[in-house]
Design a protein around this ligand. Structure first.
Ligand SMILES: *Cc1c(COP(=O)(O)O)cnc(C)c1O
Length: 436
């Protein structure tokens, strides 16, 4: 598959190059320029297949020359010791649990594949350094995925504020391969420093530096694999149309679903489930997007003003606006409805769901209620582990989740290896003092 920039007519690049150099020089984002057709796999695959085998089978078609079947199964195996889990609740609704990874969110799926792919693609050039600007849970996702990967050092640039959930055992100073650095500035400052370091050619050559930020296409494309997986698991039981309901903040997960559709997945629509931060709904209806101030809700990962994948979504709409208006159905869910839905999911199905999942669950229920034919099936993406949001779960259901302990560690503060001024030489000095 080839990739192009969303901004200008730069030459197209391979998936391998789009992963390794995740930001095109023109300031755009990489998007696929023509899509692979993966129907030959998921239409005929046995529904007993496990996730690793599915990923190993489909990823060579995406990475082409970058991967052969042997390296693809090596990557699938080393990325995934966790699996998505489809729970069919009744004829109309299912949950796709995506929270079984190390940090308890769906983001583990994309980043785990990317980290394993980096290890494979860079094995000829040992001691590559992956530089990323991160915030909050994003740092934990990266740390868990890159820790212990052979020949890779992961440098994480955090903005000012508390750093939570990192495990000091993974730090380079303790024999690991993670270098957390805090920058006196915001996330933008961190991202600018990443770009400046990469553009300092002699430095980035010496340390063999590439980047892996949140909008790397190497995270979004592998997220399409769990959409394919859920379809394989449910295809024999479907009698009508299939839709997905996706709790959406930066819309990375939704875009991955749209990729799955472009790969040939027979899906009738995606519900873009938002909380009260729903300004982006206008865009889906074909109107102009006017950002509004962000309000805090009980589903904080969806509290986003301007989605970082805006340019990517626009490129879908530029290609075929009338199709897209049918494909993506915006929906907005209040705090109260979120809690009420958590309560109902527990009462009616015996399922504990987190508030982000509840936003999508509520939107799915609304859709099913309004569906005249009553034969649609909606798969709700369960993006976060209920124990990560133990307080809301307790309020809504009275239940105390039994895995609190595991996620408790994610809230513990950790000190970075260095605290630096927002200057290139400060960052380069900090890196040089960690790596000889
Ligand atoms: C990040 C996150 C989301 C939002 O995903 P986007 O790809 O940003 O739309 C939803 N739920 C949880 C639990 C998350 O961590």
């Amino acid at each position: 598959m080839q990739f192009r920039s969303t901004v200008s007519e730069l030459p197209q690049v391979s998936f391998k190059d789009a992963i390794l150099d995740c930001l095109p020089e023109d300031g755009g984002l990489y998007v696929p320029s023509q899509m692979a057709d993966l129907r030959q796999f998921f239409l005929y695959m046995d529904d007993g297949i496990n996730y690793q085998d599915l990923v190993a089978a489909v990823s060579p078609s995406l990475l082409e020359s970058g991967f052969n079947p042997i390296s693809a199964s090596r990557v699938a195996e080393s990325a995934f010791n966790f699996e998505p889990e489809l729970k069919i609740l009744d004829d109309n609704i299912s949950l796709l649990n995506l929270y079984n990874g190390p940090t308890g969110t769906f983001k583990d799926f994309g980043i785990a594949f990317l980290a394993a792919a980096f290890e494979e693609l860079l094995k000829e050039s040992p001691n590559a350094m992956i530089l990323s600007a991160v915030r909050g849970d994003g740092g934990i996702n990266m740390e868990r995925a890159f820790y212990g990967r052979k020949g890779l050092i992961s440098v994480l640039l955090f903005p000012a504020g508390p750093i939570k959930g990192l495990n000091p055992d993974t730090f380079i100073s303790n024999g690991g391969n993670i270098i957390p650095i805090q920058v006196k500035g915001n996330l933008d400052t961190c991202q600018k420093l990443v770009n400046m370091t990469i553009n300092d050619r002699s430095f980035s050559k010496r340390y063999n530096i590439t980047s892996a930020n949140a909008i790397n296409p190497g995270r979004l494309l592998p997220q399409s694999f769990y959409y394919l997986y859920s379809y394989i698991k449910i295809k024999k039981k479907l009698s009508g149309e299939l839709l997905y309901s996706v709790p959406s903040g930066n819309f990375g997960n939704l875009i991955s679903g749209l990729y799955a559709w472009k790969f040939g997945l027979p899906v009738s629509g995606f519900i873009a489930a938002m909380n009260s931060n729903n300004a982006f709904g206008d865009f889906f209806k074909g109107k102009k997007f006017t950002p509004k101030p962000v309000v805090n809700t009980n589903s904080p990962a969806l509290d986003v003003g301007i989605p970082s994948n805006y340019a990517r979504l626009s490129s879908f709409y530029d290609e075929s606006p009338s199709v897209m208006r049918n494909m993506v159905i915006p929906s907005s869910v209040s705090n109260d409805a979120t809690i009420k839905t958590m309560e109902e999911a527990w009462k009616n199905y015996g399922e504990l769901i987190d508030p982000h999942t509840a936003v999508a669950f509520s939107a799915a229920k609304d859709y099913i209620k309004a569906d005249k034919n009553q034969c649609s099936h909606v798969i709700v993406l369960a993006t976060g582990h209920p124990a990560r949001e133990a307080a809301s779960v307790k309020t809504a259901t009275g239940q105390v989740t039994d895995e609190n302990q595991k996620f408790h560690l994610l809230k513990k503060e950790a000190a970075p290896i260095a605290l630096i001024d927002p200057h290139l030489d400060a960052l380069e000095g900090a890196i040089a003092s960690c790596v000889r």
